[in-house]
Design a protein around this ligand. Structure first.
Ligand code: 4NP
Length: 149
């Protein structure tokens, strides 16, 4: 199973989602990656606040470098999780077939089905935002793992 996590900048939410799923789903042989819909932060390490919250749960994000989503990702991945409704809409606009569209999901729908809730963008907020984001993504990733097991 190949899973891609997508947010806007690929430095806050999606690297965290990638790290959580990889670490907690180690036994499942998953291929997990993350990308941003925007190009602003290509090549950069995750935001220090994401690195720190990940460290708190012994998840290492130090090797991650931001990249932009590309249409080739529709072929490479089985499931593409959007962190928020903007990312979702953007991904849908890039998809060119029903097969591609069917791969795109809202990550929080895993825990709150059909509600299309967004993981809030923590970039301009304080540290608490990152703890909240971690808690949401952790729950969603645990559900993803349970569904695959
Ligand atoms: P992310 O957060 O999409 O979770 O990586 C953001 C990172 C950077 C910006 C916005 C959101 N930005 O505007 O630069």
């Amino acid at each position: 199973m190949k899973i891609l996590m997508v947010c806007l900048g690929n430095i806050c939410r999606s690297p965290l989602a990638e790290g959580i799923l990889l670490t907690k789903g180690k036994h499942l042989n998953l291929e997990v990656d993350s990308a941003g819909t925007a190009a602003y932060h290509i090549g950069k390490q995750p935001d220090i606040r994401s690195i720190e919250i990940a460290n708190k749960y012994t998840i290492d994000l130090n090797q991650k470098r931001a990249r932009q989503f590309s249409r080739a990702d529709f072929d490479k991945f089985d499931i593409i999780y959007a962190m928020d409704t903007n990312n979702y809409t953007h991904l849908i606009s890039l998809a060119s077939s029903e097969t591609e569209r069917n791969k795109i999901r809202m990550i929080l729908n895993e825990i709150n089905p059909n509600t299309h809730q967004s993981v809030p963008d923590p970039y301009y907020g304080g540290k608490n935002g990152f703890q909240d984001v971690y808690n949401m993504l952790n729950k969603a990733c645990e559900k993803i793992i349970k569904n695959i097991e």
